[in-house]
Design a protein around this ligand. Structure first.
Ligand code: ADP
Length: 801
């Protein structure tokens, strides 16, 4: 059924027009899509070319020579580049296709127009005739009615007037005219109908079918062209086309030619070497040349600093060893499908798990490799375990040696031991009353007391909150033995037990038997407590007068002399390291005797809390004093304070002591405003002291630039601080650089800023302050000079009154 027979109706004609419009729209859509596709292909080609180029950037160095995988990769990249070119040419061809589609669309538009015009033309003639027939019919009817009326009139006149008369002639004439008109109209009507019948027949049977047939063939020929265009479009995007297939085949071939066992042939040929010589790891003895005794080549150091660490390490290592063993066992079980085998080898089981990449053989290789790695790990760790265990066992009942370098510290207590002294012993009195019992005196202090082989003393140590009694002996260095307690409460070392520690010590002393066989240490001379070592019970704390870094400060009374004293306490909870630092002040102070340096009376280390007993300086801290008495202070008094401080500092400088924390808060005020230097917690007895352990808690605003910047301390740094102290005295307790943060003050000082003179400061004193703040340490005056300047000024002032 073709267009000519099926699409004659009006609706069909309209549908055909609509259809052609839709086809034109489809063509437009296709055109746009093909353009886009061409664009995509072009972009893809660019991207692909970039990929290939990137992929080509492989190492061209010799290392990969002969590598099949490199060759395959390069070929693959080459082919990708081919693909890119192919895509580019496809894009170009698609653009040509697109042009064709444009032409087709234009032609189709024309054909549609021609059809519409032709159809209209043939339809117009038929329509015209149809109208003509209607019009003729209407005319016919009109004339028929006129004729009928005139005929009736004529018949009436004829009957009425007979056959003659003028009137009758007139009526007859009209009647005849009407008759003629009717007949003419009749004929015209007949002719028009006949023509219309002919035209209609031709329209229906010849013209319209002809037009439709022609239109069908036109449209079908368009479809053929259209189809061709689509075929071309599809061919230009066909990735399965021979061109692409060839590329893919070449890629496949070169990849298939990779042969793992061939891959490294050329490489191994080229780099063939003889087996490596083992690396030798050796302890460098030069490292410990300057460290006598404590650290030994290839030997673990077990002392109070390391024992806890060693024990923790041991536990960790033992756990690692266990883990290694468990992992090995699991692996073996897994390889054997759940049952470990005695010799520990992995069964050759083809069904072992494979990750899909590796073959069962690979998997077996991997497992035995992992197993070997675990065995090595276990062996390595076990070796460390054995080493640590051995080192810890060696210690036995000896107390751990001190890890600190005794010789670096100052002698704290002069050895006041009397060689002829006989050991007094009474089993009745408590241990702490024994002269040779030194309480919780830190070990560093103890070793200073024991100078000759056979020197010994007994002390107490707190380890893990448990008190232990320790016998310290000088014997080829210093040995420390913990007194062992038996189940029935007796005391012993390696020999027989005794009911009291005193008896045990007496036994060792009198029998002259070594304390332990390994140490060979024999007790020859008991070292007794000396005057600095007070008993905690020797002082009665009265009232709290201050708070220091380590603990509270009390006013107290010495039981023996009823003297008022100040007692600094050290919080029991502080770590040993801090307690040692606390005692540092006592160690420094005990050597000094000067009216402007606070005096040490003793230390109480017999039990906790450890305490430092000092002379009581009743005015308390200088800073508070300045602030409290700011209204009543005279310039003369202020200058006197400066002179006192200079006198104290001159004395310290002569003793090579660097205070490092000179400030009003660390000076004390005695009767009559006299000032004493105190708080030696940061002091060092050296000409120059370089800080290496960080600069925590540095009093920045009091500290000289070279100390802040390079950690270099000398007495000239104390001079800088002294300048700040003078400023504090004359500003009556103001805060230096007030309103500036530490870092801001530091910045400004480095940039040359110096504080202005406080109100009412004698100009000479301000000049002295500025000298103390010379950026160049060497340009600052020494305390001797400072003292002289201040003293001269005071004398001048006194004389002027
Ligand atoms: P720390 O060195 O622990 O910081 P300080 O030496 O600064 O402790 O002492 C804290 C406070 O205790 C001081 O500000 C002062 O008020 C008071 N103080 C310290 N020593 C004495 C003393 N010998 N006489 C009187 N008061 C003292």
């Amino acid at each position: 059924m073709g267009f000519s027979s099926a699409l004659q109706g009006r609706a069909a004609h309209e549908a055909l027009i609509v259809r052609q419009d839709a086809e034109l729209r489809l063509m437009e859509t296709m055109k746009r899509s093909i353009q886009l596709k061409a664009k995509c292909d072009r972009e893809y080609a660019i991207g692909l070319a970039a990929v290939a180029q990137q992929g080509m950037k492989t190492d061209r160095a010799d290392e990969m020579q002969g590598s099949l995988i490199t060759k395959a990769w390069r070929s693959y990249m080459d082919e990708l580049d081919h693909q890119a070119k192919q895509f580019k040419s496809n894009a170009e061809l698609l653009e040509v296709v697109c042009e064709k589609l444009t032409h087709l669309s234009q032609d189709k538009r024309k054909a549609r127009k021609a059809y519409q015009e032709e159809h209209a033309k043939i339809a117009a003639r038929l329509n015209h005739l149809t109208d003509e027939v209607v019009r003729k019919k209407a005319e016919y009817q009109k004339h028929l009615e006129g004729y009928k009326a005139l005929r009736t009139r004529f018949e009436e006149h004829y009957i009425k007037s007979g056959r003659g008369g003028r009137k009758l002639d007139d009526v007859r004439d009209k009647y005849q005219k009407a008759c003629r008109k009717l007949h003419l109209t009749h004929n015209e009507y007949v002719l028009s109908i006949t023509e219309a019948v002919e035209v209609e027949k031709d329209f229906r049977t010849v013209l319209l079918p002809g037009l439709l047939e022609h239109q069908q063939s036109v449209q079908e020929s368009f479809i053929l062209l259209w189809k061709n265009i689509l075929q071309e479009t599809s061919q230009h995007g066909d990735l399965t086309s021979d061109k692409f297939k060839e590329i893919q085949k070449r890629i496949d071939n070169v990849i298939n030619s990779i042969n793992p066992s061939e891959e490294y042939r050329e490489f191994t040929e080229k780099h063939k070497t003889s087996p490596t010589t083992p690396l030798v790891f050796q302890f460098d003895d030069a490292l410990i040349e300057d460290i006598p005794g404590k650290l030994q080549s290839n030997t673990l150091t077990v002392d109070n600093l390391t024992v806890d660490w060693l024990r923790t390490r041991l536990i960790d290592l033992e756990m690692s060893v266990k883990e290694c063993q468990e992992k090995q066992l699991k692996m073996i079980e897994h390889a054997n499908g759940g049952s470990p085998i005695a010799n520990g080898s992995i069964a050759r089981n083809g069904s072992t798990a494979s990750n899909g990449i590796q073959s069962p053989k690979d998997s077996q290789n991997r497992q035995s490799k992992d197993l070997n790695a675990l065995r090595c790990q276990e062996k390595q760790k076990q070796k460390l375990v054995d080493m640590i265990k051995c080192a810890l066992n060696e210690i036995g009942c000896e107390e751990l040696p001190s890890g600190c370098d005794d010789h670096l510290e100052q002698n704290f207590i002069e050895n006041s031991f009397n060689n002829d002294q006989q050991m007094s012993l009474s089993t009745n009195r408590p241990l702490y009353e024994e002269e040779w019992f030194h309480g919780v005196l830190p070990r560093e202090e103890v070793v200073r007391l024991l100078n000759n082989d056979g020197d010994f003393l007994v002390r107490e140590t707190i380890r893990n909150e448990e008190s232990q009694i320790v016998l310290s002996v000088c014997w080829n260095g210093h040995k420390h033995f913990i007194v062992q307690t038996t189940v029935d409460g007796h005391f012993r070392f390696e020999g027989p037990p005794f009911p009291s520690i005193q008896e045990l010590i007496m036994h060792q002393y009198q029998s002259e038997l070594p304390v332990t066989v390994k140490s060979g240490a024999i007790l020859r001379r008991a070292i007794c407590r000396e005057r600095w070592e007070l008993s905690n019970d020797d002082v009665v704390l009265l009232e709290k007068i201050g708070r220091g870094n380590f603990g509270d400060v009390y006013k107290a009374k010495l039981k023996s002399t009823k003297q008022d004293v100040a007692v600094k306490t050290c919080r029991m909870t502080l770590p040993d390291e801090q307690k040692r630092k606390f005692l540092q002040e006592g160690r420094i102070l005990k050597q000094y005797d000067h009216p402007n340096i606070v005096k040490l009376i003793g230390i109480c280390v017999q039990k906790q809390p450890i305490m430092i007993v000092m002379e009581l300086v009743p005015g308390g801290s200088l800073l508070n004093y300045l602030r409290k008495n700011s209204n009543s202070l005279t310039t003369r008094q202020q200058m006197g304070m400066c002179r006192d401080a200079a006198a104290g500092m001159r004395y310290l400088e002569s003793k090579n002591c660097i205070h490092r924390d000179l400030a009003a808060r660390n000076c004390l005020v005695d009767f009559e405003n006299s000032v004493k230097i105190s708080d030696f917690g940061m002091s060092r007895e050296e000409e120059e002291y370089i800080v290496s352990d960080g600069m925590k808690q540095i009093p920045v605003k009091w500290t000289a630039p070279e100390a802040l910047n390079f950690g270099k301390y000398t007495s000239l740094c104390d001079v800088w601080s002294y300048g700040i102290l003078m400023w504090e005295i004359f500003s009556k307790g103001d805060t230096p650089y007030s309103g500036m943060s530490n870092s801001r003050a530091r910045e400004r000082i480095d940039a040359g800023y110096r504080m202005p003179t406080p109100e009412n400061t004698p100009p000479e004193m301000y000049r002295l302050m500025l000298k103390c703040w010379c950026a160049e340490a060497e340009a600052r005056p020494h305390f001797d000079e400072i003292y002289n300047v201040v003293d001269a000024l005071i004398i001048r002032l006194d004389n002027s009154h």
